[in-house]
Design a protein around this ligand. Structure first.
Ligand code: NAP
Length: 339
């Protein structure tokens, strides 16, 4: 059962998202734009009149449907669907090359796409060899952030928004602490079938993402980076639950008391859109304001060391996948080498 804070925060009044031509002259990239929070964010962003709104979707058909609904509401917006599959590093690189080729700059990138794996199914790996939740929610999201940074840095006021989740604070940190203390790669452990815990994976993937954000913020001082908890919202995130499976039903039953507290996707999306005009970076936004990340692990010495080690490992992977991509980072001496 989640902490009492969760129930209170779900009913806490949220600040209102910006209105009017706030994004005039800006180029915006939004991932996961065809469903749930991302789709609602696409509608809200379009209403703010950006010069260009890129809906990054893995499925062009559902992306086109999202675009049609956005254009119905905001007929004058200049928007397009671009293919992006975070389960493929090649797709991430192709997307970033296209962005750097076709866009003068990116003023706002909202990296929102994410998955929650079925809690009773065995581990699934991507063609790149990583556990799929780990790759989509963390590795490919970080690679995309790095690859979009040159375009972001061409903006006078670049903003990078990453969709976080409160569940990072509920995650069991032992799958991170164990390799850290044993001198093993944290990243490699998360791709091990024998260590895969389907019930924990979504939560811990969001904790890993939070570790990355903590190190990304000081390493990209020119970009306003905000990692935003949209709150628990009614979306398609649990789409992999098989309602005809008793095992799946038993798994999701403990979440039933949370249902009356869920937000509509639009209210969660508004928190991402609000972060688009944030004045300074913040590693965690909760109920629309910068707050301390609720992860107890991140406040410990092990948590600090895990931030350093995991960030260095992810950067080394990104550097291997796209040589030169980490050159945008201003790293402290202790983290200076990512190879
Ligand atoms: N819902 C919540 O309560 C909640 C709370 C906190 C944080 N979040 C976070 O909010 C974000 C959006 O989730 P949601 O709740 O709106 O769920 P959703 O309705 O399932 O939307 C997820 C989006 O991510 C996209 N996506 C998934 N795998 C992808 C891939 N390999 N490549 C590119 N895009 C991919 C999906 O595209 P397809 O439709 O093509 O699969 C979809 O557009 C996620 O990061 C999630 O962790 C959600």
């Amino acid at each position: 059962m989640p902490p009492l804070d969760f129930f209170i925060s779900q009913w806490t009044p949220l600040p209102t998202a910006p209105m009017g031509p706030v994004l005039k002259g800006k180029t915006v990239v939004l991932t996961g734009a065809n469903s749930g929070i991302g789709l609602a964010a696409a509608h809200q962003l379009a209403a703010l009149e950006p010069d260009m709104l890129i809906l990054a979707c893995r499925n062009i058909k559902t992306g086109d449907a999202a675009l049609a609904s956005v254009l119905k509401q905001s007929p004058n917006v200049n928007a397009a669907v671009w293919e992006l599959d975070l389960a493929s590093f090649e797709s991430v690189k192709a997307f970033a090359i296209r962005a750097n080729d076709e866009l003068d700059r990116v003023d706002l990138a909202i990296l929102n796409a994410g998955i929650s794996p079925n809690r009773t199914a065995p581990m699934k790996a991507t063609g790149d060899g990583h556990e799929v939740t780990h790759q989509v929610n963390v590795l490919a999201t970080t690679l995309l952030a790095l690859l979009l940074t040159p375009a972001l840095q061409r903006s006078a006021a670049p903003h990078l928004v990453i969709t976080s989740s409160e569940v990072h604070g509920w995650a069991d940190s032992s799958p991170i602490a164990a390799p850290l203390h044993a001198g093993r790669s944290i990243l490699a452990d998360f791709d091990e079938v024998a260590l895969y815990n389907s019930q924990e994976r979504y939560f811990v993937s969001k904790l890993l993402l939070q570790l990355v954000v903590r190190r990304l913020i000081p390493a990209l001082p020119r970009v306003v980076i905000t990692s935003v908890n949209p709150g628990m919202c009614l979306t398609n995130l649990m789409r992999d639950v098989n309602l005809s499976s008793l095992a799946d039903l038993l798994e999701v039953l403990p979440f039933a008391p949370m249902m009356p507290f869920m937000r509509g996707a639009g209210r969660g999306a508004a928190m991402l859109v609000l972060a688009a005009i944030a004045e300074e970076s913040a590693e965690y936004w909760h109920v629309g304001v910068a707050s301390a990340a609720p992860s107890v692990f991140m406040a410990t010495m092990s948590g600090m060391r895990a931030c350093d080690q995991y960030f260095a490992e992810v950067c080394a992977l990104c550097e291997k996948l796209a040589p030169g991509c980490t050159e945008v980072l201003e790293l402290p001496r202790s983290l200076g080498s990512v190879s």
